[in-house]
Design a protein around this ligand. Structure first.
Ligand SMILES: Nc1ncnc2c1ncn2[C@@H]1O[C@H](COP(=O)(O)OP(=O)(O)OP(=O)(O)O)[C@@H](O)[C@H]1O
Length: 684
């Protein structure tokens, strides 16, 4: 066995970092030489431009571009080596395959490094087949799936390391699975400005999801803090590694709830050596599909309206339009509207006659296609088959004439007209009510998009080969129906039905499955973000949650009663001052409504506190103290969370319960609630 003792491990680490440094320096040299060559080649082309013929010039340009490409990929490798130099590996498994006589020590890192010839000198990428031993097994019998088949054997040793700046901070030997002690140490650290990779401490139940390469659609239902987002991003990194030749970062798209969240998660893939992936919001989809169709409310505006007041008729409209039966009604209407919009008539030209019955019959044979395509196909088919009165083929101009006449038989009203007609058709015109003059309510936006796609046809996002949908509970059945038309690719869909910010239009796992009946579903119950005490506290707010805390302890959450509103604001001010003295990086003051957040932010900054407002207009996550709403804070986390206005008037309904639960579960290490008046009954 190599490197038995800690001293040997430290010497091995020094030797390894030195090898990596040398390799990085060699690459530096190659980059410098390549850079010089490129400059020389450019100079040559420029100086000889008069003598070179166009073909030679083009060939030279291609050479230069290829050299630049090559240089960039060498630079990317060099950057990976530089990162490795600081932290080459985090784990080790000694594994002896049954058909071998000796065990190999496999060191596992974020990237691979070394010569294939000697496994003991190599660092294995955490996504490589052999690395799965590290995540899935304790010491004892184990197996992994290699490209050539299953490899069975025995793990004799498992170690974990924390190495930073080339220095080993600790090393732990574990007979059991990824050591709880290491995980606890990792989770106890103060937060960063951005989400970090978890490659060193991926848990077995998470690893199974990350390495799932077979599900076309995978739904991850996980409690707050169970690592869903982290797991989804690591799964993407895994798939990019496994399918290098066919899948690239540009083929992956994440549908994210807002720009702050996108910014927050943006470091994970680059840390894992992959390019960042593109992100899109449902608002972008609406903008793309409804360009020119008129104004509409945004999701944020709907949430603001609901959290501030939420009239019974608004709630009824939202409920109706997000119910499972609603997509069926839209489908039925789209099917028959396609028939209604097409009005065949006899065609009579000098020497040609086409009966309307023939046109109708041809149109019928293209049932199922979007109307415009259906009319085009009908026009082409009828014009191609028609003969003149003498039995001869039609001239080109006659055929074009007939095609144009048939296309005109499609009497499709404008999109909004169709949508209004839909409500008349189902006998519920009162359900279409503008949010303000000439502005559609948010609950109408995606039914309208869906109807448009069904009637006019969907233009898919062709380059996308994998779609990640985060916060799945906040999208409606209709939105999933829209996704199923626009994205036929593989999908990872994740969320938590217990964390809906909009209970009147949220989706359950079953709702999502209606759109993707073949989807596989996995569930996560262990929560990693918060201390045991914070999770116990959150569980009181939502007793039906199946959240399981991990054994990491901290101060019990505090609920502070103030005498009045001014006193409450000054208590929050004091908490900010304490935070500034503490070792924490982030503090989230999480309000229920946007109006409350704005007012509190004004008050705090007015009294000289350094605190930012995080709202729907924000586009990045900040360190320090921020005032925000539960809706915005979804998916984020803070070292210390303060929940102001936790009184019975502010938090009382079932929707408030969800918002309060979301706010509390954003806390990693400390949680404080403040109120004046009566304490919210949801806390007891
Ligand atoms: N295996 C792990 N090792 C270390 N940290 C982990 C692990 N799994 C999750 N975490 C940490 O737990 C926190 C929560 O993770 P993440 O945000 O991915 O969870 P989530 O399920 O998406 O949360 P939520 O739904 O509440 O927003 C993060 O700080 C993440 O780094």
């Amino acid at each position: 066995m190599i490197n038995r003792t800690e001293a040997e491990e430290r010497a091995y680490l020094d030797a390894t970092t030195a090898r990596i440094r040398r390799a990085a320096e060699e690459l530096d040299e190659r980059i410098r030489t390549a850079g010089k060559d490129i400059v020389e080649s450019k100079k040559y082309v420029w100086e000889n431009r008069a003598q070179l013929d166009p073909a030679e010039r083009a060939a030279n340009v291609v050479d230069i571009l290829t050299a630049i490409d090559r240089g960039e990929s060498v630079a990317a490798r060099r950057d990976r080596f530089r990162k490795l130099e600081s932290s080459p590996y985090f784990g080790r498994v000694d594994f002896m395959a049954n058909d071998r006589e000796r065990a190999n020590a496999y060191y596992i890192g974020v990237f691979s490094f070394g010569e294939q010839a000697d496994p003991n000198q190599e660092i294995y990428d955490w996504r490589s087949p052999v690395a799965s031993l590290f995540y899935d097994y304790a010491v004892g019998p184990a197996s992994y799936i290699a490209p050539e088949g299953d490899v069975d054997g025995e793990i004799g040793l498992k170690r974990q390391y924390r190495i930073r700046q080339g220095r080993m901070e600790y090393m732990l030997e574990s007979a059991i699975n990824i050591n709880d002690e290491v995980l606890r140490k990792e989770l106890s650290r103060a937060s960063d400005e951005k989400m970090k990779n978890i490659a060193a401490t991926i848990q077995k139940e998470q690893n199974e999801i990350i390495r799932n390469d077979y599900s076309h659609e995978l739904i991850i239902q996980g409690v707050a803090g169970s690592g869903k987002t982290s797991v989804a991003l690591h799964r993407i990194a895994f798939l990019l590694y496994r399918h290098k030749l066919t899948l690239a970062s540009r083929n992956i798209l994440i549908l994210s709830p807002n720009k702050v969240f996108s910014d927050y998660i943006s470091n994970v893939l680059p840390e894992l050596g992959e390019e960042p992936i593109a992100e899109l919001g449902f608002d972008d989809i609406a903008d793309r599909e409804l360009a020119g169709a008129g104004a509409y409310q945004t999701f944020a505006e709907q949430v603001a309206e609901l959290t501030a007041s939420g009239s019974a008729s608004l709630i009824e409209r939202i409920r109706y339009k997000t119910g499972a039966g609603f997509v069926r009604l839209l489908d039925e209407y789209a099917d028959q509207a396609s028939e209604r919009f097409f009005c065949p008539a006899d065609i009579r030209l000098d020497n040609v006659y086409v009966a309307k019955e023939r046109i109708a019959e041809t149109y019928g044979s293209f049932a199922g296609l979007p109307v415009k395509l259906r009319a085009d196909r009908t026009a082409a088919a009828v014009a191609g088959r028609t003969r003149d009165q003498d039995g001869g083929r039609l001239s080109i101009s006659e055929a074009n004439n007939i095609k144009a006449m048939i296309r005109k038989m499609l009497k499709k009203p404008k999109l909004l007209g169709i949508y209004k007609d839909f409500y008349d058709h189902i006998g519920k015109p009162e359900l279409l009510k503008p949010a303000k003059p000439r502005t559609l309510e948010y609950s109408d936006v995606f039914p309208l998009v869906y109807l448009k796609l069904r009637i006019e046809g969907a233009k898919e996002y062709g380059e996308v080969k994998h779609l990640v949908v985060d916060e799945m509970q906040d999208y409606t059945v209709v939105q999933y129906a829209v996704l199923s038309l626009l994205f036929k690719c593989k999908k990872t869909i994740l969320g938590d039905v217990g964390q809906s910010v909009n209970p009147y239009s949220s989706s359950t796992v079953d709702d999502v499955r209606q759109a993707f009946p073949e989807a596989d579903v996995v569930q996560l119950f262990r929560s990693y973000r918060s201390t045991f005490e914070i999770i116990e506290f959150a569980r009181r707010i939502k007793p039906d949650s199946r959240i399981v805390p991990i054994e990491r302890h901290g101060a019990p959450p505090q609920t502070i009663r103030a005498d009045d509103a001014d006193r409450e604001a000054s208590i929050i001010g004091e908490l900010i001052s304490q935070f500034e003295q503490a070792a924490f990086q982030t503090m989230g003051i999480v309000c229920k409504t946007q109006a409350q957040a704005e007012a509190l932010h004004r008050q705090l900054t007015g009294s000289g506190k350094s605190v930012r407002l995080l709202d729907f207009g924000s586009d990045r996550f900040y360190e320090g103290a921020v005032v925000t709403t539960a809706h915005m804070a979804k998916g984020l986390e803070f070292d210390h969370v303060v929940v102001p206005f936790a009184d019975g008037g502010n938090y009382r309904t079932e929707m408030d319960r969800c918002l309060l639960y979301i706010a509390c579960t954003r806390a990693m290490h400390a949680l404080t609630l403040t109120f004046h008046g009566t304490r919210s009954p949801l806390l007891d």
